[in-house]
Each structure stands twice: as C-alpha cells, then as structure tokens.
Design a protein around this ligand. Structure first.
Ligand code: NAD
Length: 261
C-alpha cells in the first residue's frame, strides 16, 4: 500500500528518541523528508544520520517546543529548507514518576502541562496556519492510555485527555479547510538503550519496575507490550490519504489495554 508520503515534508517533534525515533524512521522509509525537532540535538543528529545512512532523508533541528518564538522560527526554517509541511506529528510528551494525586506538587503539574499540552498548542498553531492557507494537511498528536484515567498519573493523564479534546476541536474547526487531526494513544513502550538519548524521560526514574510492568502486561488482552514501531505504523496510517475519511479519532495502540469509544 503506497501511503503517498514521497517528497512530503513531515515534522516530528521529539523525533530523536524511542517512539518519535520510530516515527521518523518509518516516514523516511516511505521517502518523506523528515524534520526532527528535538531539544536533544546529539540524539536528533544520531537519528537523522542513521536515516540518511539507510538512504532516507531527515534533518535535525534543535528546539525546545515550549519556547514560543523559537518554535515559530523553527517552523519557518523547516519550510524554507524543505518546503511546505504536509504532516505534523506532535510527539513530545513527559510524565514524572508514578505518584498518587495527593503527592503531586504544583511545579510538577505545571511541567506536565507545559510538555504535554502547551507544547501541542505551541507547535500546532504556526504549522496549522500554513496548512489552512494551503487547504491541506494532517496532524497526528501522541496522547496516552493514561489520558483515559490511570492510577498515579493524574497530571499526565489530564494533559493527555486535553490532547484528545484539542484534536477533536481542531478536526471540527478546520476539516472544512482540508485539514485532518487524529491522535494515537500508546500503551507502555519501553525503549532499548540504543533507541534513546539523554533527553529521553527513560533516562530518569519513572517508577516502572518489573512489578509495575508485570501488572500492566497482565491486563493486556493481546498479552504483549507495544513497541515503538507499533505506534509508528498507526501514526503513518492516520497521517496518510488512506485515512482521508478519518478525523477527530483516537487509536489506542496498546494490545487492547484501553478500548476508547
Ligand atoms: N513510552 C511510553 O510508554 C508512552 C506511553 C504512552 C504515551 N507516550 C507518549 O509518547 C510520546 C513519546 O514518548 P517516549 O517514551 O518516546 O518519550 P522519550 O522521553 O523517550 O522521548 C521524547 C523525545 O522528546 C524530546 N523532548 C523532550 N522535551 C522536549 C522539548 N521541550 N522540546 C523538544 N524536544 C523535547 C526528547 O529529547 C526525546 O528525544 C510522548 O508524548 C509520551 O507522552 C509514551
């Protein structure tokens, strides 16, 4: 199935590590021109160089997606360097160590907001404005199974639920301009050491020991954890014209752990 990404410009925020890295690689394998916007430039360079070494096209841009001015400038630069952005993948996200609600601090709530929800607003606005002018574009935002409500993830889950409402609103407001917006909600994806740089949250303690992982696995109907490439495949499908009649949808890629309606 040709997904139609040849020579299309695709932005992947946080495209250097783990899930974003798999998304970047899969788009490049479909002959897209991938712009990796990531705060961790060493890992972004590593991922883009690997893509180039395997015959694909990728460019690394250093960016903190919570910085308003820098994000606007980066979007402009990507379009000047590569051409009009056809696809935006809002992949940057962050969760702290698993914690019951009463243990959450205001600072942590604020950080979860900035990295999961504000970042999505901040990158989408300048990209969407251009897509609307051109009357075409597709946006896929990475939510989380936690966005449907999960123990010890009130801050992160609330922000990811916000990403879902945001996605549906964009789909309703801009569908008439040929824009589609969808979300993918991954289940737990534990990266290999080789797939992450220092900017990855997996370099920190997020409270996921063998016991927590076993607990999650035992609740997965398909009895296997998701891999980064599982998320990437759904992202590519939703971003493609093969999903031309899909907008405002969320797909949980979790082996059935969540079954959103
Ligand atoms: N891994 C999981 O189990 C899981 C499960 C559900 C949802 N998700 C979501 O999937 C997405 C990717 O998760 P992951 O596990 O690959 O994360 P990760 O931490 O491994 O990678 C995130 C990438 O984003 C970059 N980044 C972080 N902050 C940034 C900023 N301010 N500006 C620019 N780049 C920044 C990092 O350098 C890194 O390359 C996130 O939205 C996350 O919430 C992950």
């Amino acid at each position: 199935m040709d997904l139609g990404f040849a020579n299309k410009v695709v932005i992947v925020t946080g495209g250097a590590s783990n899930i974003g890295r798999a998304i970047s690689r899969e788009f490049a394998a479909e002959d897209a021109m991938v712009a990796i916007l990531d705060r961790d430039i060493d890992q972004a360079d590593r991922t883009s160089n690997e893509i180039k070494a395997s015959g694909g096209r990728a460019t690394a841009y250093q960016l903190d997606v919570t910085d308003v001015e820098a994000t606007r400038a980066a979007v402009q630069k990507v379009e000047a360097d590569l051409g009009p952005v056809a696809v935006l993948v809002n992949n940057v996200g962050w969760n702290g160590k698993a914690e019951f609600f009463l243990g959450l601090t205001p600072d942590r709530w604020q950080k979860a907001y900035e990295l999961n929800l504000f970042s999505t607003f901040n990158v989408t606005q300048p990209v969407l404005a251009r897509m609307v002018e051109r009357r075409t574009g597709s946006i896929v935002s990475i939510a989380s199974d936690a966005g449907f409500g999960e123990f010890r993830m009130a801050d992160y889950g609330a922000m990811k639920a916000g990403v879902l409402a945001f996605t549906r609103t964009i789909a309703k407001e801009y569908g008439r301009y040929g824009i589609r917006a969808n979300a993918v909600a991954p289940g737990l994806v534990i990266p290999a050491d080789d797939d992450i740089g220092d900017g990855s949250l997996w370099k920190t303690d997020i409270g996921m020991g063998p016991k927590e992982i076993r607990n999650i696995e035992s609740g997965i109907p398909l009895r296997r954890r998701s891999e980064a490439i599982d998320i990437a495949w759904s992202v590519l499908f939703l971003a493609s014209e093969r999903a031309r009649q899909l907008t405002g949808q969320v797909v949980s890629v979790s082996g059935g752990f969540q079954m959103p309606r």
